[in-house]
Design a protein around this ligand. Structure first.
Ligand SMILES: Cc1ncc(COP(=O)(O)O)c(C=O)c1O
Length: 412
């Protein structure tokens, strides 16, 4: 290696030789995924409750809208990276109708290639090396990775909830205040996400109001990832933009993946604070040419059409949640039913308390043929838990819980 060599070893032996990639923590799900693939290839019947990849088909009227436009050559050109006006306009209608929030389609909305892409590029647009982002933990992995990619620093705050899954909001906001007033550098951004993946924790509008107030006072920008906006089982999850004045400091991400069963289509959007929306719009204008236009047209149709498909999907997840919880309880692993999302978050059961979540997940895979996500994959605060994704039918979930029950009864 010469002193001027830009990377630590020459020639590079693997991707970790590149500093931006090298800074990333190990991708812990890779281990379980590799073992899962081996077992499936060996012909085993594996019940996969690992990744939150919705199994339900996109509703027919959305697919039909795509079909109606897909053959039209004018849609085969590059589209607009910030999204076509028709979709941005549909987004403003959706927010006005659903949350009573007025948005300007030109300056306060940008379409993204899924929430994940948008979140990552927003961090890249906003952060300078060393900027600190506050992330409640356990966290959906991209909430941390996006900051690291952008050269920023993650400061985790404990995400604590009560026995019923309500956020301990005062404790979280006290930790935000603490981070803002002690320590250096001062945090630039707070990243919230409720209903939460992986913990399923839910937050109230009152909490959102307090969060906006604290962030405004401490001059912290706020990002709210609202991927599970439509998955509150007996309550309506609040949008951060419902808080009066939130737009001055906050943006919200929405994903079409879950609500409209469109994970493979890659559509989401970011709305709210014009400076943050414009930052994301600008960086995207350098990096992409927009989503295939018929997909954007179909996404606009999804937002404008009858919304029964969304509640139907939520009811499927509710029934699956009930099946999973009943099955686990019957098999000696009672858990609190989640109030929202398409997941269940469970402390390790007796007699496995104390085992690492990774070892427990691998044990379940080997002994029961059931894949769950080890809590450690969501950061050190996730240790001692596993996450079930409700992406199999009720019958399969019950089969999974019976198999798990046999493993529990065999003991460690
Ligand atoms: C909290 C959260 N945000 C974002 C995403 C990804 O959304 P999208 O498919 O729109 O990129 C997920 C998917 O699991 C998620 O759980």
């Amino acid at each position: 290696m010469t002193p001027s060599s830009p990377i630590a070893s020459w020639p590079p032996r693997d991707s970790t030789a590149f500093p931006r990639i090298g800074r990333l923590p190990a991708y812990v799900f890779a281990q379980v995924n590799a073992e899962k693939r081996e077992r499936i290839e060996a012909g085993e019947d594996v019940i996969d409750l690992g990744m939150g990849n919705p199994d339900l088909q996109t509703p027919e009227h959305i697919v039909q809208e795509l079909m109606d436009h897909v053959r039209d050559g004018k849609h085969h050109r590059y589209s607009a990276s910030r999204g076509i006006y028709g979709l941005r306009d549909a987004i403003t209608e959706h927010y006005a109708g659903r949350y009573g929030v007025e948005l300007d389609a030109e300056t306060e909305t940008v379409v993204t290639i899924g929430a994940k892409e948008g979140l990552s590029h927003l961090m890249l647009a906003m952060l300078e090396r060393g900027d600190t982002v506050l992330v409640p933990s356990p966290a959906y992995p991209i909430h941390s990775y996006s900051v690291i990619f952008a050269g920023g620093q993650v400061r985790n705050l404990p995400l604590v909830s009560d026995d019923e899954g309500h956020l301990a909001g005062d404790a979280l906001l006290a930790a935000v205040e603490e981070a803002a007033t002690s320590g250096w550098p001062r945090p630039k951004v707070l990243l919230l996400s409720f209903p939460n993946n992986p913990t399923t924790t839910v937050a109230t509008l009152e909490f959102m109001e307090q969060a906006v107030e604290v962030c405004r006072r401490q001059e912290i920008l706020l990002i709210h990832d609202f991927a599970y906006a439509d998955f509150g089982f007996d309550f309506e999850p609040p949008s951060i933009l419902q808080v009066p004045g939130a737009k001055e400091i906050a943006v919200e991400f929405f994903s079409m993946s879950k609500s409209y069963c469109m994970p493979g289509w890659r559509v989401g959007f970011c709305v709210g604070n014009p400076a943050m929306v414009q930052a994301l719009t600008k960086i995207k204008s350098y990096l992409d040419y927009g989503i295939f236009q018929p997909i954007q047209i179909a996404a606009a149709h999804a937002l404008r059409a009858e919304q029964a498909c969304v509640s139907d999907t939520r009811e499927v997840y509710r029934s699956r949640r009930d099946a999973l919880c009943a099955g686990l309880a019957r098999n000696g692993w009672p858990i609190t039913p989640p109030q929202a999302t398409m997941f269940a978050w469970a402390p390790l059961p007796e007699p496995f308390v104390g085992m690492s979540s990774m070892d427990f997940a691998r044990h379940l895979l080997r002994e029961a043929g059931v894949v769950v996500s080890p809590g450690i994959g969501f950061g050190p605060d996730g240790e001692g838990h596993v996450r079930f994704a409700l992406i199999e039918s009720e019958d399969r979930l019950l089969e999974a819980t019976d198999r798990i029950g046999e493993v529990l009864s065999r003991g460690r």
